[in-house]
Structures are given as C-alpha cells and as structure tokens.
Design a protein around this ligand. Structure first.
Ligand SMILES: Nc1ncnc2c1ncn2[C@@H]1O[C@H](COP(=O)(O)OP(=O)(O)OP(=O)(O)O)[C@@H](O)[C@H]1O
Ligand SMILES: [Mg+2]
Length: 745
C-alpha cells in the first residue's frame, strides 16, 4: 500500500526529491575519428518484421559505440530514444518511468497515463502501465527506436518479465535495441523463430585488420601493416584493447617491441595497458583519476568536493582531451563517467595505493549528493563509506517521497543494503519496511514488521505505528482491532489523521454505527481535501455513498458517489482501487432504480478495481455485488462462483463484522434449484462428489479429505466446486446444509 497514491488516506506533503537524471537519456555523441562500421550498420538498419535488436558482447567490445553510430548512419532515418541503465533501475517503477522519459525525448508528452499508474501497486505495470503505453505507441504515425544500453545492469525478474511482455505486444511503431554483456533472460526463442530478432555477438563486433588500422589512424597513429596485423591478432579485434594499445603507443618510438611485449587474456591486457596509460599521466592527473574512481558519475563541483581540490574543471577537460576513457553523459560537458573497464582499474589502484582513503572519499561524495538533493546517490555513498547511521538517517528522511511515487523496489533496495539488525532496531526503518510489504500485498510480512516496529522501545512515531496497525488490520479483515487502532491513532494526534479517520469511519460503518461513521467520514473528506489528497477524499465519499444507499437515500448516495468519482482529474485516478467503493455505491443506486445493466457494469468495475489492492472485506463486497447482479441477469453459475470466492475470503477474516451478515443475506437470497430438480440431484452428483460432500460435513481440511480419498488437493477442489454448483451452495457450510436437506448425507 502506498501512503499517498495507493493508500490515499495517509497522503502527506513530501516533495518528491527523486529527480529524473537526464544524463541517463543522453545519446552518446560519437567522437571524431571513430571507425564507421558500415557492414554492421547495414545489418542493424530496419526493415522486415524486426522487433528487437540485441548486441551482446563482453565489456569494451564497442556495443555502445555501435548503437550510437547506428542512428547517424545513412541507412537509418528513425528517431532514437536512448536510456543508459544502471543498478538503480532494478525497480519496475523506476525502469518504466525512465523508459517513458526516454521516449519523451523524441515523442513529447507520451506516456502520461503510464507514469500515473506507475505510482501505485506493482502489478499495475503489467495490468495498466504497459497496455496504456502500447496503445499510445500504436497510434503514432512513425517508427521509433528505443535503445536500452547496459541491459546487463538489470537483474530484477519483474523487469525482465515486463520487458518480455512489451516485446510480445510491441506495435510496429517501435523497435527495441539493447546492449548487454550477457545473454538477456527475455524468452527470445519466439522472436527469433518469427524473424523478429537480430542478434549481434562478440564475433561480429571484432575489429578486422582494416578497421583496426582505421581506428589507430583516427588516434593519430601510423603503423606498418604487419604491426597492425599483430596488434589485431593480439587483441583479437577487441575494441577496448585496441584503443588502450593505441593510447599506450602514442609518442613511443619502439612500437614494434611494445606490441611484441604484450600477450595474454583480456583481463591481463586491460590491466597491463591501462597501467601503461596511467603511468604516463602527471602526478596531479593520476591522483585525480584514482580518487574520483569511487564515483559512479562525476562533475567538476562533485570532484572538487571529493578531492578537496579546486581544479576539477580543468583536469576533467584535460582528461577528456587526451581521450582517457571519460564518457560524456550530456552535451554541456557537465557530467561524465569513466569507461567501465578503466574505472575498475582505477578503483583497484585506489585499493592498492591508498586503501584507507576510500571511506572518506565516499563520505564526502555522500555529503555532496545530499546537499544537492540526490538522495539515492547520497545513500549509496554513505553505505559504501560504512557510515550506517548516516545511511539510516537518509533513508528515514526520504523513503516516503520515493514510496509515494511507487518506487517500492528502490526503498527495499536501500533497506537491503543495511545489515538486518540496523533495520530491526530502528523503528523508522521498520515502519518503512512495513509500508513496502503492505503495498506489495504481503500482509503477513507487513504484520511482522508492524510487530517489530511496535516492539522497538522508542517514543518516536507512536501514532505512525498505530495508523499502520489500523490499515493493516482493516486490510486483513479484522474490523474490531482496526477500529481500536484507528481510535488510538486519533488520540495520539497522528500526522496521518486522514488515514485514521477513514479507517475509523469505515469500521464504524461495518459495525452498524452509521451515524458516527458519517461524522468520521465527513472529517476524513475535509482533512483529505485540505491536504490535496484526492484519493483519500474519494475513498471516504465512496463509503458515505454506501451508507446513504443502505438507508434508502438514493439521491444523496448518487451525489456522493459522483463526487467521489469526480474528485480527481489526474490520469490514473480513475484506475485506483479506492474507487471500488464509489462504483459499489453506483451499482446499488442503479439496482434500486431498476437499471440492471448499469448496476452490473458498476459492480464489475468495482471488482476489477478492488483486485488492485483493496482490503479483503472490500474485495468480498465487490464479489457479492457482482454475484447478485449476475444472478439477477440469470447467469447463475457465474454468480455462484463469485459468491463462493467471497465466502472463502470472509472465512479468512478474523473479524468481518457487518460483512458476514451481508454475505449470509446474499447467500440466502440466492434462489435454490427448483424442487423438481431436487430428486434428480442424487443422480447428478457423481459417487466421488457424494463422497467428498460427506467428508465436507466433517472437520477435515480439503487436504485431509484428499488424503482420505487418495486424491490430490486440486481434485478435491474441483469436486467441491462442482458440488457447490450443483447444490446451489455458496460455502462449505451451505453445501453441507443443503446436502442434509436433500438427504444426500
Ligand atoms: N567504432 C569505433 N571506432 C573507434 N573506437 C571504438 C569504436 N568502437 C569502440 N571503440 C573503442 O572501444 C571502447 C569501448 O567501446 P564501447 O564503450 O562502445 O564498448 P561497450 O561494448 O559498450 O562496453 P561496455 O560493456 O563496458 O559498455 C571505446 O571507448 C572506444 O574507444
Ligand atoms: Mg557500453
């Protein structure tokens, strides 16, 4: 549950500090002197039913350079959207937000709905965000290419699954191209079989002798043909190796001997060559390179802070001029990073030469990023510095604004980076863990973290923990306990007064105290509107509409439900689970007026929305409403199935309060099979089903019944479903009662 977006009741004013890092969207500009790889461009340029291009090869093979070149090639006219991925993108909400941002660099304003629903539950990605994006893309009148550079940085299974889904549903207006050092886990077989995949591998990326010659010439080196051949052979045409060799060779008279002197594997070659290159630098440049290697991206002010120097601007320019593996991340010469291989080598050098310095460098970096509002980087460097307290404080101060933007995996990753003990003993962090679990629908895990937060001896966040407890207990269907917790939270003057009032109003309603419930809900609407929390207001208004309709105030109910549905204007608002309640009320209003079709439509919508994160009791209420609508329309089978699901849910609720009555009423109202059919029921139930029915009257669980009859749990479930359907029963109890009536048991 999301404090603001998913659980609107608890919205607060937290400006979102996670800015879009535009350097990630920068198309690497081809430096002059690069080799045009025409044969590869011809393979890459569109045509045919192509959906995906994979460029897969080890580090430094020229993947990124190839794709950057491709878009400027004469064979290509489509606009390119570029996204450079890194470890922080292992969060579905973040990954897809950046994909949309990348697409927006070529297609302004695309993806508004996609981004809006990314703020919510994780399942939204596949259910809402990507379908919305596919529809928008399909409507474009030209083709785009989306480049995902460094896809090997992604390890999150959900992101892989989501990208695979996108590829399966890709409209002809988009082609995806990705680079990766490893085979991407994306179910490529189907694409390949349909001829929709182009896979470029290390072998094809290798520089041949002519290309090697051209690269060396581009760097101002004129070598004899045999030397070039030997160099190409020694490096196996590996781009980074050739490049490093060229840098090392500059200004050397003994080219031949130097080339002769190196052999060995890639790893060795890089260390050797980069060592050579590093050795040639002035002491100043060297120190600068080594000390700034702790940074994942660099700009002059940051480097000044980390090195406690004042010449970073100058040094960066000098390093860039000498082609020292500095990759520009924007067009303004502001942000850079080291090429991966070179950066790793610099880090090794730091570990070797000044190991005691690393924590201090990270600490300075963390401080700089914090003061600039880059929270993720600040946390990363604090943790790398081993400063757990600083990392914990940063997380505690910032998790909520990320959480409110759906970055659950990001918050989870920050917490994962700390030792378990640090989280368990810090109430602020346990609360963060609990919210993340709640929003992911992991109710048991949330319960565990709430209990942990409750057990930490601390006067802090008393009311936060109470609100959390109230929301959790309501979600699992423990009405009495939820009400008590909400009352406690209100008494503690919680920051999240809206949430507490909502839960209190709802639980009062479910306990049959509608007058008090209305007062509390009105307060919740007022509070929510005051803080600009549209979802919170819509939630409370929806419940008011339900109260009105149950009291026969149809007009008032309609008004409140309309107000709830009209409360928000943002894209994505209408897709939120809190609108379940307003649609339920609309279903009741329409039923009361005899508009059966509209009633069914609203009930169906309520059920759809409720599956996106509503509490158990709300989901059960939606199931019952749709079951009744289907029953009224004569679709008895579907009605029974829905009612059976509702009753299963209610059975799992510790204290379903009023909903138990609603369910019982619905079950009773359901028409029984006519008498004339009763006699034939004994025949209709198979012997197996009769056996299961008999055991259903015992206290055995479904699994135990299976053991008794030597069949699997699934078989028992199938028989049970058939029994329910044939007997017109909505629950186990109901089936047994019915079986007794008919003398079947
Ligand atoms: N076409 C080219 N012409 C000249 N040099 C090239 C070319 N392609 C690659 N290189 C050199 O090889 C180096 C590595 O290339 P690139 O960054 O494209 O590799 P990569 O496969 O993307 O590596 P990584 O997996 O680390 O991202 C570059 O810094 C560049 O100097
Ligand atoms: Mg690359």
């Amino acid at each position: 549950m999301d404090v603001q977006a998913t659980d609107p009741a608890t919205a607060r004013h937290h400006p979102f500090s996670g800015v879009v890092v535009t350097t990630k969207l920068h198309v690497p500009t081809a430096r002059p002197g690069l080799v045009e790889r025409t044969r590869l461009h011809a393979i890459l340029a569109g045509g045919g039913p192509r959906k995906l291009t994979v460029v897969e090869a080890p580090a430094g093979s020229g993947k990124t350079t190839l794709l950057a070149h491709w878009q400027t090639s004469e064979f290509e006219s489509r606009p390119f959207a570029w996204l450079s991925l890194d470890e922080a993108d292992n969060d579905p909400a973040q990954f897809w937000t950046y994909v949309v941002e990348a697409l927006r660099t070529v297609e302004k304003g695309i993806g508004a709905e996609t981004v809006a629903v990314l703020d919510g539950r994780e399942d939204n990605v596949l259910e809402l965000a990507l379908p919305a994006l596919v529809n928008e893309l399909a409507a474009l009148d030209r083709q785009l290419v989306l480049v995902l550079d460094d896809y090997h940085a992604i390890e999150d299974e959900d992101v892989h699954e989501q990208l695979a889904w996108l590829l399966d549903h890709l409209p002809p207006t988009l082609e995806v191209a990705l680079t990766s050092r490893v085979d991407p886990p994306l179910r490529l077989a189907r694409l390949r079989a349909r001829g929709e995949l182009v896979h470029v591998r290390a072998g094809e990326l290798r520089f041949n002798v002519e290309e090697a010659d051209e690269m060396l010439a581009g760097l101002g080196l004129e070598l004899e043909k045999p030397d070039v051949e030997q160099l190409q052979e020694r490096t196996e045409g590996w781009a980074a190796g050739l490049y490093l060799a060229a840098l090392s060779l500059r200004g050397r008279a003994d080219a031949r001997e130097f080339i002769d002197s190196f052999t060995g594997d890639d790893r060795h070659l890089v260390d050797y060559l980069a060592g050579e290159v590093l050795d040639e630098q002035s002491a100043d440049v060297r120190r600068f390179l080594v000390r700034t290697s702790v940074l994942r991206r660099l700009c002059a002010p940051l480097c000044d802070a980390v090195t406690e120097g004042g010449r970073s601007l100058e040094l960066l320019a000098e390093i860039e001029r000498s082609n020292l593996f500095l990759v520009a991340l924007d067009n303004r010469r502001e942000w850079y990073r080291y090429h991966h291989l070179f950066g790793r080598l610099l880090q090794l050098e730091l570990e070797r030469a000044e190991p005691e310095l690393a924590p201090e460098l990270h600490r300075r970096a963390s401080e700089w990023f914090r003061s600039e509002g880059h929270v993720g980087d600040a946390i990363h460097h604090a943790a790398a510095a081993g400063d757990l307290e600083a990392a914990a404080n940063l997380i505690a101060d910032n998790w909520m604004s990320f959480f409110n933007h759906g970055r659950l995996a990001t918050v989870a990753a920050w917490l994962d980076a700390l030792p378990a003990k640090a989280v368990e003993t810090d109430r602020r962090l346990a609360v963060a863990r609990a919210w993340v679990a709640l929003d992911r629908g992991r109710l048991d895990e949330a319960g565990h973290w709430i209990a942990t937060a409750e057990s930490v001896a601390s006067g802090e966040l008393e009311s936060e923990v109470a609100v959390l407890g109230a929301v959790h207990r309501f979600k699992i269907g423990d009405v009495g306990a939820a009400r008590a917790a909400a009352e406690r939270a209100i008494a503690l003057e919680s920051f999240s007064a809206t949430a507490a009032s909502c839960i209190l109003g709802i639980t009062l309603h479910l306990s049959g105290k509608d007058a008090q419930a209305s007062t509390e809900l009105a307060r919740a609407v007022g509070l929510a509107r005051e803080e600009g929390n549209q979802l919170g207001a819509a939630y409370a208004l929806g419940y008011q509409a339900l109260i009105d309709v149950s009291a026969g105030r149809i007009e008032a109910a309609e008004e409140a439900a309309d107000a709830a549905l009209g409360e928000g204007t943002e894209p994505g608002f209408a897709q939120h689970f809190v609108l379940t309640i307003a649609h339920l009320a609309q279903a009741e209003v329409n039923k009361a007026r005899g508009h059966a079709a509209a009633a069914e439509e609203h009930a169906a919508r309520a059920l759809e929305l409720s599956r996106r994160g509503a509490g158990r009791l709300e989901l059960a209420a939606a199931l019952i409403a749709l079951a009744e609508a289907r029953q009224a329309g004569g679709d008895v089978d579907s009605a029974r199935e829905l009612l059976a699901e509702a009753s299963e849910l209610v059975e799992r609720c510790p204290d379903p309060a009023g909903l138990a009555g609603t369910l019982a009423d619905a079950t009773r109202r359901f028409a029984r099979p006519r008498r004339s059919r009763d006699l034939s029921l004994r025949d209709e139930l198979s012997d197996r089903e009769l056996a299961v029915l008999r055991l259903l009257s015992s206290s055995l669980s479904a699994r135990e019944i299976g053991n008794e009859l030597f069949v699997s749990l699934n078989t028992v479930k199938t028989h049970t479903k058939a029994i329910y359907r044939k007997l017109g029963a909505a629950s186990r109890e109901d089936a047994v009662e019915r079986g007794r009536e008919l003398h079947l048991i």
